[in-house]
Design a protein around this ligand. Structure first.
Ligand SMILES: O=C(O)[C@H]1O[C@H](OP(=O)(O)OP(=O)(O)OC[C@H]2O[C@@H](n3ccc(=O)[nH]c3=O)[C@H](O)[C@@H]2O)[C@H](O)[C@@H](O)[C@H]1O
Length: 437
């Protein structure tokens, strides 16, 4: 046994019980005190260093559980191989093609628009932050689908000015199709910050880069039918009032329209806003009613069907994705060039806004009946009062302007569109995820 061990063994459990020689005892006590002081000193030093490191570190706990901050995470981009992929994806492959930066390319509308542009030989580069507002694996599946068509999606946030600047250094985009946004009317009450972050700050960040680019691109971007808010004049026409938004989502989209006006006025940016009316279809958004109704009907879960005051019908002008894509391409193709360059306006530029709807509002209860027939399952309907969380009782688009100026002509009714959605849904969620496109 070592000396140390015997010393430990000799340690009294109760002071005073053990009799020690006086001088040795005093010497030991002195040694013990000085070791304790050293230990305390070094412990404090160590704790201090940890605290300094913790507070100075830039990535100290970026609150990943806070959804409004989820897109602030850092992404890897840059380098020769990355630039080569960016260039190749954005390369125009047809005679009169355009080169488009599509923001929100892993989103529902973004995926379809990117694929359509690529199919006709345009250069397409995607940008998406792959946030977790809904199942990111669906966004990854869309990314894989686009990759097979030759579209590269850069992972990054529209608030990252350095990344945007880099993209414009590598590619002289002729157009930007801006679809990145925080979507969803009801979620705005849960996470208001994410709407400000993406739909206002993100939009401004993108426009700042576009205004300084040389050449400046023409921009087409997604506004929303929700800007009509409490407007009761039907069908909604672009001339109608849009100063009564019923949700923060709607307010941020309306703010986007005003911001577009400012950048057009000061910098000569060509800007076209598209007011989408409840877009649905294959590869859709799981937070939307037609999507989660399908899931829950199949699971045998009850589905909440909203009704307006006095048992009034709630209805939407549901618009099929392929029609929306045609509207987006029509808007890109009729966009005039921005007039400024390097942040200076040289003349008046185009500023437009269009409704892209179906012009055929359908009650939500009819949507459920169509799904029941297609799925061959009866829904457990739970009729409830329209919650006071931003929903409006109905939407109905007047599309004359888009018809005249963009050649927009929707051709898919809800029954046919949902049939295609259900076919995709069953194939995607029964394991055919790759083939579902
Ligand atoms: O046009 C737009 O600009 C917006 O369209 C979409 O919003 P909405 O038209 O509200 O779609 P969606 O949620 O599918 O509800 C559909 C219907 O089901 C009703 N609804 C909804 C949920 C529910 O539990 N029960 C129910 O009856 C509900 O009352 C409604 O009548 C986009 O999500 C939005 O991002 C934006 O793009």
């Amino acid at each position: 046994m070592s000396k140390q061990m015997s010393h430990l063994d000799n340690n009294p459990s109760t002071p005073g019980k053990f009799k020690m020689e006086k001088s040795a005892y005093a010497h030991n006590r002195l040694r013990w005190h000085s070791s304790l002081a050293k230990l305390t000193f070094w412990s404090f030093m160590f704790m201090g260093m940890i605290l300094i490191f913790f507070f100075r570190s830039p990535s100290s706990n970026p609150l990943p559980q806070d959804p409004s901050r989820r897109s602030l995470r850092t992404y890897n981009w840059g380098g020769p191989a990355w630039e080569k992929r960016v260039r190749s994806s954005a390369r125009i492959r047809s005679r009169h093609g355009i080169s488009v930066l599509v923001t929100g390319a892993a989103g529902f509308v973004g995926t379809h628009v990117s694929a359509a542009l690529k199919r006709r030989g345009d250069g397409v580069l995607g940008l998406d932050n792959f946030n977790d507002y809904y199942d990111p694996s669906l966004k990854r599946a869309r990314q894989a689908f686009l990759e097979r068509s030759g579209v590269f999606i850069v992972e990054g946030d529209i608030n990252d000015s350095a990344l945007l600047r880099k993209l414009f250094e590598v590619v002289a985009f002729t157009h930007v199709m801006h679809l990145a946004a925080q979507a969803g009317v009801r979620y705005a009450m849960e996470n208001p910050g994410s709407y400000v972050h993406s739909n206002i700050a993100g939009f401004v960040s993108l426009l700042e880069i576009c205004k300084s680019a040389n050449p400046q691109p023409a921009i087409v971007w997604a506004s929303s039918s929700s800007v009509y808010g409490l407007n009761s004049k039907v069908p909604f026409s672009e001339k109608d009032r849009t100063d009564q938004p019923a949700s923060l989502y709607a307010a941020t989209k309306k703010a986007g329209e005003e911001i577009a006006h400012t950048y057009n006025h000061i910098y000569g940016l060509s800007l076209t806003g598209l007011r989408f009316f409840t877009v649905y279809g294959p590869w859709g958004r799981p937070d939307m009613a037609y999507f989660f109704f399908t899931r829950d009907i199949l699971k045998g879960k009850s589905i909440p069907i909203f009704e307006a005051a006095n048992h009034g019908t709630v209805a939407r002008d549901f618009t099929y994705i392929d029609d929306i894509v045609k509207g987006c391409l029509g808007a890109l193709d009729t966009s005039e060039k921005s007039t400024g360059s390097g942040g200076k306006k040289k003349g008046a530029a185009q500023l437009r806004v269009y409704n892209l709807g179906n012009t055929w509002p359908v009650p939500v209860s009819d949507l459920v009946s169509i799904l029941e027939r297609l799925l061959k399952v009866n829904a457990k309907r739970k009729v409830m009062k329209l919650p006071r969380n931003g929903d409006v009782p109905f939407t109905h688009a007047n599309i004359s302007l888009a018809k005249r100026e963009l050649g927009y002509k929707p051709t898919t009714d809800l029954q046919s569109g949902l049939k295609k959605f259900v076919r995709w849904y069953l194939s995607y969620y029964s394991g055919g995820k790759k083939a579902a496109g």
